[in-house]
Design a protein around this ligand. Structure first.
Ligand SMILES: [Mn+2]
Length: 395
């Protein structure tokens, strides 16, 4: 007999589906949130489990259970943990731990891709096209590689996962992987998925108007409240506001925080680990503990949302050699322009002391210090007209 404890997201459930393909009726699968895994491990160890082989995928135990699992392993040898989270790397010290972030050819791994390789190389599972395709979709979604590759099928698979119950998803996928030569959605799913994509877009549009910014420790964080679509939201808001080091998504009902970054210079698994959480460099999470509650909720609750840059301008454009105009909430006006191989800022028409080697650096200051935004063409043109009037000779 086998038991699999896995995460309750797409990557975790991908492992459950593979386990059922490999072991059929001989495996019991339980999906867990990060918080419930340790209860499950304890339950397993306390209830005579000596003849059951335990797999743990996409999640890692706390320190106490880590030691208990080692004892169990020494006695029975029946444990295998497979994970790809950076914060689990220390589990490689155990014979039962296998944590890999990147494969031999430098591709980011997922729990499903690692577990698949384990099952195939141990001859528990036979390779088929449909399974290989499914595993790759899960991997691309989980690592967010789908976006770079424009692999929307991977994104759709995750959307479908959240549209139905885990049981239903599992059942449908098992049936499909066992009977199809290739992995694809059926027509009804395709229609549903189109509607879902529209819904996600509208949800994100609304959230874009709610984000606030705050300096937390050494970093500038964007903060938003949301229950759903954390990865999509973190990615969109991160791209909209590249001056923010990371995006914090507060789920008050679940008392959880997610952290996302699009940058390489920030490791959000470190940010989360300060509050007892963990994850990956670009995606992590933790419980809303007191300290996090104070920093991200209490201290920021009264802040006004960040204004977005004007999008449809033809004249007031970033990096324009004529100057790009910004404004802040107090009504201060800023003009970023190049002169003598440097970029300068006029604040209310007065040159600021600091100069910059790039437009981006000048803009970074405006966005971080003043929360300024690129104004619409109308405001820019009005400003130019006034300048012309002022400078024209009196008749
Ligand atoms: Mn994963």
């Amino acid at each position: 007999m086998y038991k699999l404890l896995s995460h309750n997201d797409l990557d975790g459930v991908g492992c459950g589906i593979l386990a059922k393909l490999a072991f059929g009726q001989d495996v019991k699968v339980r999906y867990n949130s990060i918080a419930s895994l340790n209860r499950e491990i304890q339950f397993f160890l306390e209830n005579d489990s000596s003849d059951i082989f335990l797999f743990i995928t996409d999640l890692s135990p706390n320190e106490e259970n880590e030691l208990k699992l080692q004892e169990f392993y020494e006695e029975h040898g029946n444990v295998q943990l497979i994970d790809h989270h950076k914060t689990a790397i220390h589990l490689n010290d155990y014979k039962w731990g296998y944590v890999l972030l990147e494969d031999a050819i430098g591709r980011l791994t997922s729990a499903t891709s690692l577990f698949y390789e384990y099952l195939v190389s141990n001859k528990y599972l036979e390779e088929t096209n449909a399974i290989v395709e499914f595993v790759e979709l899960v991997r691309q979604y989980d690592t967010w590689e789908w976006e770079k590759n424009e692999n929307h099928k991977a994104h759709s698979l995750n959307s479908l996962f959240y549209l139905v119950s885990i049981d239903e998803f599992e059942e449908t996928m098992l049936e499909r992987l066992q009977s199809s030569d290739h992995f694809d959605f059926d027509d009804f799913e395709k229609r549903l998925l189109n509607m879902e994509e529209d819904k996600i877009e509208r949800y994100i549009r609304r959230k874009r108007r709610e984000i606030v910014q705050a300096k937390v420790g050494d970093y500038f964080a964007g903060i938003v409240y949301a229950e759903s679509y954390h990865s999509e939201l973190g990615n969109e808001l991160g791209k909209e506001h590249p001056h923010l080091d990371y995006i914090t998504i507060l789920n008050m009902g679940g008392k959880r925080i997610s952290f996302r970054t699009i940058h390489d210079h920030v490791d959000v698994s470190e940010v989360a680990s300060k509050f007892g959480g963990g994850g990956h460099q670009k995606a992590s999470g933790c419980n809303l503990v007191d300290e996090a509650y104070k920093l991200y909720v209490l201290d920021t609750f009264k802040l006004d949302p960040i204004q977005e840059d004007a999008k449809r301008n033809r004249y007031n454009l970033k990096e324009s050699t004529f100057g790009a105009m910004y404004k802040d909430r107090e009504g201060n006006q800023f003009l970023i322009y190049p002169k003598a191989e440097k970029w300068h800022i006029n604040r209310n028409k007065k040159l600021m002391d600091q100069s910059f080697i790039s437009f981006q650096e000048a803009e970074l200051l405006l966005k971080r210090k003043y929360e300024a935004w690129l104004v619409r063409d109308e405001d820019f043109v009005e400003y130019l007209m006034n300048e012309v009037k002022k400078n024209s000779p009196e008749k």
